[in-house]
Design a protein around this ligand. Structure first.
Ligand code: GRG
Length: 303
C-alpha cells in the first residue's frame, strides 16, 4: 500500500494497520535469542503482543505522516513505534505487580506476574525496557535523528518522566493531592510517554522547531485527556469492557480527576483538554485531520 494511503484511511482502518505493522515488528523484535531463557522471552511477548490499543505507536505514525507529507515512510516508523510500545508494555507489567498496583487483569487477560511469576514479570519488564533502546539504536534513521529519539525516550521514561510519575502516584495512596499536583503527576506518569510518541513521530517526519512545539502542545493536552478519560471510565464502565479491574483506583483510595472534581466537572475538563489539543494543531499548518481524529478517539474511547 502506498504510504499516503495509510494516512487517508478512516481512523479505525488506520489503527488496524498500525496494529498489524506493530504485531509484525514486535514479533520479529522479541524472538527468543537465548534458548535457556525461553520463559523470559515468552513473558516479554505475552506482555508486548497482548491486545492493546497501540495508541503510542499510532501517534508515531500519525505525527510522522502529518509532518512528512509525501515523504512519509511507514517502514521508518516501525522500529521507533515498537520502542514506545515496549516501554509502555514494561510499565504495565511493573505497575501490575503486587508491590505496585497489585492487579491480576490486564488487556482482558491475567497480568504477566499471574500468568508467569513475579520474578519473571520483573525481568520481562526490565528486558522490554532495554529492548526499546536497542530498537532505536539499530533503526535505519540517520545518527543525529537516532540521538534525538534516544534522548526523547530516555527523558520521558526515566526519573524525569514516567518513573517519577509512578513514584508520586504510589506515594499518593491514602493521601489527597490537590488538582495541580494531580495534573503534574499525570503529566509525568502517562503524559510523558504520549508526548514522546508524538515528538518522535514529528522528528521522523522532519518537523521544524515550531512544528515540534505545536505537536508537543497537542500531545500534552492529549496525554492529560487520556488520563481524565481513564478516570471517568474507571467509574462508569465494567471490568469486562475495560479489560482491567474496574474501580481499582477507588479501591486503593487513590486520588483521581473524578474523586477530586466529581464526574460532571471531570467531563468538562475532558472537553476543555480536547479543545486545547485541537487548538494546538492550528499552529501546525497542513492537513492534521488524522491527529484531530486521534484526539476525538482518545476522549471517546470505551476502554
Ligand atoms: C512501573 C515505572 C512504572 C510506570 C508505570 C503508565 C504507568 C506507569 C502505569 C499504568 C497505570 C495506568 C493503568 C494508568 C492509566 C493510564 C494508562 C497508561 C492506561 C493504559 O494504557 P492504554 O489504555 O493500554 O493505552 P493498552 O492496553 O491499550 O495499551
Amino acid at each position: 500500500m502506498a504510504a499516503a494511503q495509510m494516512l487517508q484511511k478512516p481512523l479505525a482502518e488506520f489503527l488496524q494497520l498500525v496494529g498489524e505493522r506493530q504485531q509484525t515488528q514486535l514479533q520479529a523484535s522479541l524472538k527468543t535469542e537465548v534458548a535457556d531463557a525461553e520463559t523470559l522471552f515468552s513473558a516479554m511477548r505475552y506482555a508486548a503482543l497482548g491486545p492493546g490499543k497501540r495508541l503510542r505507536p499510532a501517534l508515531v505514525y500519525a505525527c510522522a505522516g502529518t509532518l512528512g507529507g509525501a515523504n512519509f515512510d511507514p517502514v521508518a516508523c516501525d522500529a521507533p513505534a515498537a520502542a514506545l510500545e515496549c516501554i509502555h508494555a514494561y510499565s504495565l507489567v511493573h505497575d501490575d505487580l503486587p508491590a505496585m498496583d497489585d492487579d491480576d487483569l490486564r488487556r482482558g487477560r491475567p497480568t504477566c506476574h499471574v500468568e508467569f511469576d513475579q520474578a519473571t514479570a520483573i525481568l520481562a519488564g526490565d528486558a522490554l525496557q532495554t529492548r526499546a533502546f536497542e530498537l532505536l539504536l539499530h533503526c535505519d534513521a540517520a545518527p543525529a535523528l537516532k540521538l534525538q529519539m534516544l534522548a526523547e525516550l530516555a527523558q520521558a521514561s526515566g526519573a524525569r518522566g514516567m518513573v517519577a510519575g509512578q513514584a508520586i502516584d504510589l506515594a499518593a495512596v491514602n493521601r489527597s493531592l490537590d488538582p495541580v499536583a494531580l495534573e503534574q503527576m499525570h503529566h509525568l506518569k502517562t503524559g510523558a510517554l504520549i508526548r514522546a510518541s508524538a515528538r518522535i513521530g514529528a522528528l521522523l517526519g522532519g518537523a521544524d522547531e515550531s512544528q515540534l512545539q505545536a505537536v508537543t502542545g497537542y500531545a500534552e493536552a492529549l496525554g492529560l485527556a487520556f488520563q481524565v478519560r481513564d478516570d471517568i471510565l474507571d467509574v462508569t464502565t465494567d471490568t469486562a469492557t475495560l479489560g482491567k479491574t474496574q474501580g481499582a483506583d477507588a479501591a486503593r483510595n487513590k486520588p483521581t480527576y473524578v474523586s477530586l472534581l466529581g464526574l460532571d466537572a471531570a467531563r468538562d475538563k475532558l472537553q476543555q483538554l480536547q479543545r486545547d489539543a485541537l487548538a494546538a494543531l492550528d499552529d501546525l499548518g497542513g492537513d492534521a485531520t488524522l491527529l484531530r481524529q486521534l484526539a476525538d478517539y482518545v476522549v471517546q474511547r470505551r476502554h
